[in-house]
Design a protein around this ligand. Sequence first.
Ligand code: NAP
Ligand code: ZN
Ligand code: ZN
Length: 351
Amino acid sequence: MTTHTTVSAYAAPSPKAPLEKTTIPRRELGEFDVLIDIKFAGICHSDIHQARAEWGEGTFPMVPGHEIAGLVAATGPGVTRYAVGDRVGVGCFVDSCRECDNCRAGLEQYCTGELGMVGTYNGVGRDGEPTYGGYSTHLVVDENYAVRIPESLPLDAAAPLLCAGITLFSPLNHWGAGPGKKVAVVGLGGLGHVGVKIAHAMGAEVTVLSQSLRKQEDGLRLGADHFHATSDPATFQQLAGTFDLIVNTVSAELDLNAYLGLLRTDGTLVQIGAPENPAPVAAFALIGGRKSLAGSMIGGIAETQAMLDFCAEHGITADIELIRADQINEAYTRVVASDVRYRFVIDTATI
Ligand code: NAP
Ligand code: ZN
Ligand code: ZN
């Protein structure tokens, strides 16, 4: 039996139930652990998918939150990477096997070891205990699964980079977004708006594909060169065969065949959004232009640090609406309605 301390948090007591204030256990500081005084936690659409059991059952009560920014409040005796007072972030996972090929290659998110990637919440840690996420006041995490938030990035607007930032940075980096490349970002939500900023900073020509032109002004301000409404069928004719890379961040099922038609020869459509139901793909949507349909999930620890350093260099943070903890349920409703400009962040002092 491990000893623990009790901290305040917001949890969904059961699938689809509103989140409410509660207390949760945090393990005692281990040799290589840091205690983080959480300052801010972003609300990712994945939090909603999981709190509503849209990806399968899930473990309840569930404390979501994997866009965590805070300060180191204490360190275990073996900790070398961080000191009390350091600005740190924690993203979507808090452990992995550390021994498989993927872990060794810095692709901890694709850990194939027995432990697998241990989710920051809705997971089970090495100790066999359920993990609880960032909608809380404190977190204990192994120092190897925390990253450093550069001084120039404000903690509140940097928090969403821990998931939204890395989730877009990794595929943009992997598929070579840069000068001379035409990149489309589908969905201008939490992930999409950070993706636009990062792709623009990488030097790509960026197009936003949004349901309507409602967010056009914002899209252009964020760094997009072009903005089109997917509700207009003319968009799909006008842009046929245009893009080297399309990153689909939409949280709902889309007609992927229509989007594959927007790729040029050898182009890649990367699925980032994680809707509940599968979408059919036609062979002819791929074979006619040697096109690729791919997926990508968050990013590894080293790449997350590289992303934060890149964002610091380019002055990139998320556009956020800071909320109190008692506004989480209202925020969930607004995210599902695509009514967020562009990420809700919880001020955890209000928990
Ligand atoms: P979000 O803020 O809700 O943004 C999603 C955007 O998709 C919306 O703003 C909207 O953009 C568009 N959209 C929503 N419903 C739509 C519909 N029915 N048809 C067409 N477009 C629609 O969500 P998010 O936090 O960015 O997350 C997006 C998705 O990525 C979620 O499924 C989440 O679980 C997933 N995710 C995946 C990873 C990964 O590692 N692969 C990591 C984090 C999150 P417009 O208003 O511009 O149309
Ligand atoms: Zn997320
Ligand atoms: Zn592993």
